[in-house]
Design a protein around this ligand. Structure first.
Ligand code: SF4
Ligand code: SF4
Length: 96
């Protein structure tokens, strides 16, 4: 007798098969990394945040490639956001 075992694998979590879900989150600027002023907005409490456009994404996201157009000077919070971690999975589940 042969037993067939089917392995159902989860799709790999990678930015390459995402829709830049985390770039819809509010991003506060807590350090100066050199983000160009044109991408910065002021929130209701006077804090600096990344501006988001009507489509919900951060103003600095390249809409054609869905990649960060200011990667070298991206905010601290964006640098700390880890692919595959809880928040990432949460955003993917909510948006994909
Ligand atoms: S970090 Fe996670 S949520 Fe953000 S683009 Fe990559 S896979 Fe998507
Ligand atoms: S600054 Fe870049 S990485 Fe951060 S939310 Fe905007 S597009 Fe995404």
């Amino acid at each position: 007798m042969t037993i067939e075992i089917k392995v159902i694998s989860e799709p790999e979590i990678t930015c390459a098969n995402c829709q830049a879900c985390c770039c819809r989150l509010e991003v506060m600027l807590i350090t100066d990394t050199g983000v160009p002023k044109k991408y910065i907005a002021t929130d209701d409490w006077g804090g600096q945040v990344m501006n988001r456009l009507d489509d919900g994404w951060c103003a600095a996201l390249d809409r054609d490639t869905l990649m960060c157009s200011i990667y070298e000077v991206r905010p601290f919070i964006c640098r700390e956001f880890e692919m595959g971690e809880y928040e990432c999975i949460d955003e993917r589940n909510a948006n994909l």
